[in-house]
Design a protein. Structure first.
Length: 107
């Protein structure tokens, strides 16, 4: 499995507005190898909030196929054009990719 973590530093008090953008999916769930997306909100920081988007994939190539897809380009169009309503609320972001080497799940 492959996990991708996108951590967004967000203007303090605006994490709900940014997280709302991820409440519905727009094609990622149709991608081969997509397993799940989780959106986490951390409001414990003093200067800013953090919205973390974690996606889980079958393998690294599945995630990179998503990044190359028309669906990805469509979802990120406003961001890339600078017309996104949430972009001004995001101070910075960092994307990190992880290979899962152990997974202990109890449901």
């Amino acid at each position: 499995m492959w996990i991708v973590m996108n951590q967004l530093r967000v203007v303090k008090g605006k994490s709900d507005q940014v997280a709302a953008r991820f409440k519905t999916t727009k094609g990622i769930e149709q991608m081969e190898g997509f397993i799940r997306m989780q959106v986490l909100v951390d409001i414990s920081q003093d200067e800013h909030d953090v919205v973390t988007i974690m996606t889980t994939w079958g393998k690294q190539a599945d995630f990179h196929a998503w990044q190359a897809s028309q669906a990805y380009k469509g979802v990120h169009k406003k961001r890339d054009e600078g017309t996104s309503e949430v972009k001004p609320l995001v101070l910075s972001n960092a994307v990190t990719e992880y290979a899962v080497v152990a997974d202990h799940t109890h449901l």
